[in-house]
Ligand binder design. Structure first.
Ligand code: F6P
Length: 523
């Protein structure tokens, strides 16, 4: 048994879970007419309604005790103080500094001069682009920007650029995103683009990622075949990286290389120059508003009491279902096409951070950690997988995300009505006699209402989930900031590629891979 599962707070929750075995959401609401009000939390641009969760006052009290026992407050202080809490890599975790307006952050190792200088360079670049001063080899204005990156160097800016597409700045270029090593991805992005007016932003913290380097090289060849070789080609590239030498070897001029740092994890980097494509789309003032939103959420997270703390509550409810109800997944349902990429973004944030099976000391854990995060935008999701949410055998807690802003008129109202209807139906169920038609109900969900899909609100929303992930990692006693699990696949792919291209030695490979290589080789 681990220290966590042996701990008083955990054991109290396990005992309480047995008491809650027959609890129903209807009963919880009937017993407390104030439940909807009491179990909702308003902060900034966000309202969190967590009343439709299988949790009573006692549950929440015991969950908060678990957070206290795990010293969530202490770990939060250590993160903001720049302690090397990413112990397996010996690194600080300071994405929070990227949105800070503090003059010194943190004391002892002040990263703010670096952050401010990078923001200033971004601003100049973005302003140049918007006033037409960013030009290609032929002197023509850049009209299209292709971001080449993967994982954290893709998902955050891609999601946010789409989410804020109604906030595009005048004169901003069109944005395109390429991640996959499959050439079809870059080919599709380049369709209809003119080399003379296209800029590539190559985003890679390490500048060693195979997919990104491959796509950057193909982009270069595309430019060369149309514009010819020569130094002026550099006008069609910018890079975001912690590896300046890597960017230089691609031929990116030093003044076009924007910094990243080892104290920012890829999946936490949208606040840095990795957010350059977003800034190019919405302008630096709007980008700053997104930082401000995140900063507000940071302040809320650091100061609000644990029982009225949005990220803490979301984390605790997830732990409640994952570890005490055996839930293996959570579905994320943004009701709004502009936020369509949010589930994919959260998949990396949550599963790469907390998909861990050993604790900080390297001991195997005896409790479940990160659930599968999945989802899609509603209402199309209702005509696809909601059947399973309502009548399937698995318990899948849901996050509904809706926007209060009614600029969409009656259609927007229909969207909101559908979201609320789904959340209510999951809870209520349908007690009809016919077992084929009956819905069991008591299926929990959170409803997150965003005042509007604007930069500040988006900043708050992203930071909300970042801190939720952090709190879970603290309680599960795992390192949320490394990702050793993805390295092996990269290593194996490197050894398989030459064998696929040239054949040769298959010794040392498993029988399945050998057989598949024999079938696919030389095609
Ligand atoms: O493969 C996983 C990963 O290491 C992610 O953590 C990261 O966001 C992504 O690859 C891209 O890495 P880079 O920005 O160094 O190219």
């Amino acid at each position: 048994m681990s220290a966590l599962t042996e701990s008083p707070a955990w054991r109290a929750l396990a005992a309480h879970r047995r008491k809650m075995a027959s609890a129903s959401l209807r009963d919880l609401f009937a017993a407390d007419p104030e439940r909807a009000r009491r179990c909702s939390l308003d902060f900034g641009e966000i309202l969190l309604d967590y009343s439709k969760h299988l949790a009573d006052e006692e549950t929440l009290r015991l969950l908060v005790a678990l957070a206290e026992q795990a010293d969530v407050r202490g770990w939060t202080r250590r993160m903001f103080a720049g302690d090397p809490i990413n112990a397996s890599e010996g690194r600080a975790v300071l994405h929070v500094a990227l949105r800070s307006d503090a003059s010194v952050f943190p004391e002892g190792r002040d990263v703010m001069p670096l952050v401010r200088a990078a923001r200033e360079r971004m601003r100049r670049f973005v302003e140049d682009a918007h006033r037409g001063a960013l030009t290609g080899a032929s002197g023509e204005r850049i009209t299209d920007v292709v971001n080449i990156g993967i994982g954290g160097s893709d998902l955050g800016p891609r999601m946010a650029t789409r989410a804020l597409r109604r906030h595009r700045a005048p004169g901003s270029p069109r944005l395109h995103f390429v991640a996959n090593i499959d050439p079809a991805d870059l080919d599709a992005a380049l369709e209809g683009l003119a080399p003379a007016t296209t800029l590539f932003v190559v985003a890679s913290k390490t500048f060693t990622t195979a997919e990104t380097l491959d796509n950057a090289a193909r982009a270069r060849r595309w430019l060369e075949s149309r514009l010819g070789t020569g130094a002026a080609l550099g006008r069609h590239f910018a890079a975001v990286t912690a590896n300046e030498a890597g960017a230089a070897s691609l031929g990116v001029a030093p003044e076009r290389v924007f910094p990243m740092w080892d104290w920012v994890g890829g999946r936490y980097s949208v606040w840095s120059a990795v957010g350059l494509p977003l800034a190019l789309s919405i302008g630096m003032d709007r980008f700053d508003e997104m930082l401000e939103g995140a900063r507000d959420m940071d302040a809320h997270f650091r100061t609000a009491p644990l029982e009225r703390n949005m990220p803490v509550l979301l984390a605790l409810l997830e732990i409640w279902y994952v570890d005490f109800f055996g839930a293996q997944s959570r579905v994320v349902l943004p009701y709004g096409e502009d936020l369509r990429d949010f589930p994919a973004y959260l998949q990396q944030l949550e599963m790469e951070s907390n998909g861990k099976r050993v604790d900080r000391a390297g001991r195997p854990v005896d409790y479940a950690t990160a659930p599968v995060v999945w989802g899609a935008s509603g209402t199309p999701s209702q005509h696809s997988f909601h059947q399973m949410l309502h009548q399937g055998t698995a318990l899948v807690p849901a996050d509904f995300i809706v926007f209060a802003d009614r600029r969409g008129g009656a259609s927007h109202a229909a969207l909101v009505a559908n979201a609320l209807a789904q959340s209510a139906a999951l809870m209520e169920g349908d007690r009809t006699e016919d077992p084929q038609r009956a819905l069991p109900g008591d299926r929990p969900s959170s409803v997150i209402v965003l005042e509007r899909l604007a930069p500040e609100a988006l900043g708050q929303l992203i930071a909300l989930y970042e801190h939720k992930v952090f709190v879970e990692g603290v309680i599960w006693n795992i390192n949320s900031f490394d990702q050793w699990g993805v390295e092996m696949g990269k290593r194996v792919a490197r050894t398989l590629l030459p064998r696929l291209l040239e054949g040769g030695d298959a010794a040392g490979l498993d029988a399945s891979t050998r057989a598949l290589l024999a079938r696919l080789r030389g095609r």
